[in-house]
Ligand binder design. Structure first.
Ligand SMILES: [Zn+2]
Length: 338
């Protein structure tokens, strides 16, 4: 089959790889319907994470069940499925508490930019739809497998409530999906921080009510001006840099909450500052599996369309151009079609 391998920073190749097989009796193999490139794939691509040896890439997917292991219940070949970037048995204590991305049997997906994918813990990880959805819905469902689920987690972790004010730090695909989530959870005011016109337009289309283009101290000042001088009830941090975290912490009001979902790189917190801020903090890899049935329903009914974050679609073989376009910020997010 065709699959994607990173050899070194900046060196992404589409290659012929062995077809994946069921290895554990709890595995399934799916045929990829569509997959994509994630903002977090750019960390190794840009050399911000080491590439010690060539390895496959990709953790977002929707597809058709091809084969299931002997212990997989509830799934059969041909079904259209949506899964999470983190696998889960959906039965262990952490799963039952709603933190499937911390499942005791978790494995992080890492081979999804390919024609076929092996899915560990398939019964707990994959959510099968009743019927194959129309192709125009595939991008939205694909978004649910990571960026929309992560944006939802940001809003959930930041305790967005009906009538509240939310600030979204970051205008990548997750930040844009976080705007959708904040609105769906009832935020009356959603302030999106973005300096890029095309992303601002999408944020507004997704329900943002205000755009803040300033960064750093000026950005913090601008948010305070918009929130009666005290900061927002909820701040959704969707980047992961020290600058973004600082922006988030200083944009929340005393008693407010920050949900941080960008994988932290170089972030360090000052205990005293946090102590005196009265700001609540929660982050981590999104428990996407918890949200999937609900998010799939919202996409299938047309209530939300997170698939709009894909502004570039390429054949899987052209994956290298997909990375390049995102690295150069010519594209928000690249959809890949096997
Ligand atoms: Zn579990």
């Amino acid at each position: 089959m065709r699959g994607t391998v990173i050899h070194a920073p900046g060196d992404i190749r589409s290659e012929t790889l062995d077809d994946p097989k069921v290895i554990e009796p709890t595995d399934a193999v799916i045929r990829t319907a569509v997959t994509c490139v994630c903002g977090s794939d750019l960390w190794p691509y840009r050399g911000a994470e080491p590439v010690e040896a060539p390895h496959p890439m990709g953790h977002e997917y929707v597809g058709f069940v091809e084969e299931v292991g002997s212990e997989v219940t509830g799934l059969r070949p041909g079904q259209f499925v949506v899964g999470s970037f983190a696998t889960s048995d959906n039965t262990c204590p952490n799963c039952r508490n709603g933190f499937q991305s911390n499942c005791l049997h978790r494995e992080f997906m890492s081979t999804c930019q390919a024609e076929y994918i092996r899915i560990p813990n398939a019964a707990g990880t994959l959510v099968a739809l009743d019927e194959t959805p129309d192709e125009h819905l595939w991008p939205g469902l694909l978004a649910n497998s990571d960026v929309m689920g992560t944006g939802w987690w940001a809003a959930d972790a930041a305790q967005v409530r009906p009538g509240s004010t939310a600030v979204v730090v970051g205008d990548g695909a997750v930040g844009l999906c976080a705007v959708i989530a904040a609105r769906e959870l009832g935020a009356e005011r959603v302030i999106a921080m973005s300096r890029h016109e095309s992303r601002q337009r999408l944020a507004l289309a997704f329900g943002a009510t205000d755009i803040v283009t300033e960064r750093g101290e000026q950005g913090i000042e601008r948010v305070r001006e918009l929130t009666g001088g005290i900061g927002a009830d909820s701040v959704l941090e969707c980047v992961g840099t020290a600058e973004a975290m600082r922006q988030a912490l200083h944009s929340a009001r005393p008693g407010g909450s920050v949900g941080f979902v960008g994988v932290p790189h170089g972030v360090a917190l000052d205990g005293q500052e946090l102590f005196f801020s009265h700001v609540g903090l929660r982050g981590g890899p999104a428990p996407v599996r918890r949200y999937l049935p609900d998010l799939n329903e919202r996409v299938l009914s047309g209530r939300i369309d997170p698939g709009k974050v894909f502004d570039l679609a390429l054949p899987l073989a052209d994956v290298a151009e997909g990375y390049r376009a995102m690295d150069e910020r010519r594209a928000i997010k690249t959809l890949l079609k096997p």
